[in-house]
Design a protein around this ligand. Structure first.
Ligand code: KIV
Length: 291
């Protein structure tokens, strides 16, 4: 018999799996209440980033239950070197496109750098734009203890918040891209950050680039789901940046990425074939012409 985790044996997934976040039967949009129920059932779930309607529609049809309009759009979609320059206007436009391209997934949008650090009121004003103008179901912001007041006001105002601790890319100028939570003091700080965002009302928390054992401990400690990226196998959910996961990103990708396809090669091959057909006169042919 397969060994079940404590959470699974306490509250098993229904035998027909109808409520499952991935593979479930429901066609209405997933809500943060469904996410909480999945944690109670001990069900793991996948999250992918998306930055445009068409890609998002593919992931929605594939059954991805939660999509993040990440400010990784800065590096992966908009041509910036980091996430720091991304603006609230850009996030609003990209998020609206992802909402339009999907019908089932819960869409979470990142609050970009500079749109919430001034304090709770600024955070509420920024998050309100993403909810009203783009139609997202939740927002994400970076920081643990340092962001708890922002999270509290958003949640009090009816806006679900996903927190993000560990490596927080918006702070790249201060912290670089290094593993977080190594050593006793840093591990204790990460645990404090995780509890602070849970106490403030976050419905989930991303753990980025954190030692696997520490991520497992945070996952056991919290009653909200943890979403790992470079945080080992024990988190409740896993997120990847879609351009990394599908092999579209050029150059090196982080060690924690698993590549499920090589879109860069496929697209480049197709572009070259098209160019050669045009140059050599093989395209268009009669069947591509109108008369
Ligand atoms: O912006 C993003 O894509 C993210 C994920 C890496 C979690 O924050």
């Amino acid at each position: 018999m397969t060994q079940l985790s404590a959470a699974q044996s306490a509250k098993p997934t229904p035998p027909d799996g109808s409520r499952a976040l991935y593979g479930g039967k429901g066609t209405r949009r997933i809500t943060v209440r469904d996410i909480a129920a999945a944690k109670e059932r001990g069900e793991k779930w996948p999250m992918l980033t998306a930055y445009d309607a068409m890609t998002a529609s593919v992931f929605d049809e594939a059954g991805i239950p939660v999509m993040l309009v990440g400010d990784s759009a800065g590096n992966c979609h908009l041509g910036y070197d980091t996430t720091v320059p991304v603006t609230l206007d850009e996030m609003t436009m990209l998020s609206a496109a992802v909402v339009r391209g999907t019908g089932r997934a819960l869409i979470v949008a990142d609050l970009p750098f500079g749109s919430y650090q001034e304090g709770p009121v600024q955070a509420l004003r920024s998050a309100t734009r993403l909810v009203k103008e783009a139609g997202v179901g939740a927002v994400k912001l970076e920081g643990g203890e340092r962001s708890h007041r922002q999270i509290e006001l958003l949640v009090e105002s009816g806006i679900p918040v996903m927190a993000h601790i560990g490596l927080t890319p918006q702070s790249v100028n201060a912290m670089g891209y290094r593993v977080q939570g190594r050593g006793e003091e840093a591990a204790q700080q990460l645990l404090r950050d995780a509890k602070a965002v849970q106490d403030a009302g976050a419905f989930a928390v991303v753990l980025e680039l954190v030692p696997a054992e520490l991520a497992a401990e945070v996952t056991r400690t919290l009653h909200i789901p943890t979403v790992g990226i470079g945080a080992g196998p024990e988190t409740d959910a896993q997120v990847l940046v879609w351009t990394d996961m599908l092999g579209l990103t050029g150059g090196r990708v982080p060690k924690f990425v698993k590549k499920y396809a090589n879109l860069r090669e496929v697209m480049s091959g197709a572009a070259k074939a098209f160019a050669e057909d045009v140059v050599g006169g093989a395209f268009p042919q009669e069947e591509h012409s109108v008369h």
